[in-house]
Design a protein around this ligand. Structure first.
Ligand code: GLA
Length: 388
């Protein structure tokens, strides 16, 4: 396969130089938060503007009891469409689908989970609900009072300088004294947010328009992340949007591809399905500990593409213990194909041990390269390390 060793150099090398700089004291709000990519749930793709308090409580119950919490999922995030009117003091209140946001926050916390909210720097959110324009500090105080641990700040139809607007909310959050993971969502006009997101306290920033629950969309977004790896690291992550796993528009193998690719990308793992309706097979995709460990690896290095032959791609993510996670992907539509990783392309020696992460199986020691047959739209995900 044609290799792209220069990408590998960026993926494993330059990133290591940039991370400590960004992880220092420079960006106070983000420094201690999200040291590994955030994991949780968000209401948007399964429920859109039909989200209710009862739905959010049921999703929290599901995460706490179905194995997801044990696997590392912790945020329960309400997306757009929760906000209602302001009172005479300017305080924001939820709309009729929510009764008491503070009580909801307490309920989520009582399950050992964290509570996330959504707003916009503009007068209206992307869905046309009340945004924070003119009330930024007041709203941040309200979110803190409700116990929010996460804020997605979404910017459709921007009328203001984006950097100024995002920094304003960053300062407002810091003033509350309550740490909140801060997601910068510039879904329509990204303005290369990965270059400035960390400077305004962003812990994660969307790198793409909205992902759809379709193979074409997911593949375009996921495989299109190559080259952004140098902007990610502990405390500040690229966000290629949420996991569609379980929303029904893709086959199991395609969802496995999304999960594998997102973990190799050190992407936030935010499920956006109805968690009360997951089949055991889907739940297994979301909770495989060896695959999640790749995403949550403490070195926090975003993986990148190291080889490509038409629709066949090899991606690699260096891990803290010196081993590497590798994804062998077949983006072809019609048939299974062999995909090969050459060990020299990922800076490994001649003899390499290979473990299949989805199957939890040692495959043995291989010389020079490893090859597997990968189903169409599918993946084989392995962990490889030198044997001495
Ligand atoms: C934008 C965002 C989505 C979602 C909707 C809500 O499209 O990118 O993730 O938050 O707004 O209106």
């Amino acid at each position: 396969m044609k290799t792209k060793s220069s990408h590998w150099g960026v993926c494993a090398g330059l990133a290591l130089i940039i991370f400590p700089l960004l992880g220092g004291t420079l960006f106070a709000q983000g420094t201690q938060l999200a040291r590994t990519p955030p994991m949780g749930w968000n209401s948007w793709y399964a429920f859109g503007c039909k989200v209710t308090e009862a739905i959010v409580r049921a999703q929290a119950d599901a995460i706490a009891s179905n194995g997801m919490k044990a696997a590392g999922y912790e945020f329960v995030n309400i997306d757009d469409c929760w906000s209602g009117k302001r009172d005479e003091t300017g305080s924001i209140h939820p709309n009729e689908r929510f009764s008491d946001m503070k009580a909801l926050g307490e309920y989520i916390h009582s399950k050992g989970l964290k509570f996330g909210l959504y707003s916009s720097p503009e007068a209206k959110t992307c869905g046309g609900f009340e945004g924070s324009l003119g009330h930024v500090e007041q709203d941040a105080r309200t979110y803190a009072d409700w116990g929010a641990d996460f804020l997605k700040y979404d910017n459709c139809r921007a009328t203001q300088d984006k950097i100024v607007a995002y920094e304003r909310m960053h300062q407002a959050i810091m003033k509350t004294g309550r740490p909140m993971v801060y997601l910068l969502c510039l879904s329509t006009d990204m303005d290369r947010v990965w270059r400035w997101g960390a400077t305004v306290g962003g812990n994660l920033w969307r790198t793409t328009t909205d992902i759809q629950d379709k193979w074409e969309s997911m593949a375009l977004v996921g495989f299109g992340q190559n080259g952004l790896e140098r902007f990610a690291g502990p405390g500040h992550w690229n966000d290629p949007d949420m996991l569609q796993v379980g929303n029904g528009g893709m086959k199991l193998e395609e969802y496995r591809t999304q999960m594998s690719l997102w973990c190799l990308l050190a992407a936030p793992l935010i499920s956006s399905a109805d968690l009360t309706k997951l089949t055991p097979a889907l739940l297994a995709l979301l909770t495989n500990p060896e695959v999640i460990a790749v995403d949550q690896d403490p070195a926090g290095i975003q993986g990148c593409r190291v080889a490509q032959e038409g629709p066949l791609e090899v991606w690699m993510k260096p891990l803290a213990d010196g081993s590497k996670a590798v994804g062998l992907f077949n983006r072809g539509h019609y048939s299974a194909n062999p995909v090969t990783v050459n060990f020299r392309d990922i800076d490994l020696g001649e003899k390499v041990s290979v473990r299949d992460l989805w199957a939890h199986k040692e495959l043995g020691v291989f010389t020079d390269h490893f090859e597997a047959t990968v189903p169409n739209h599918g993946v084989v995900m392995i962990k490889v390390k030198n044997t001495f």
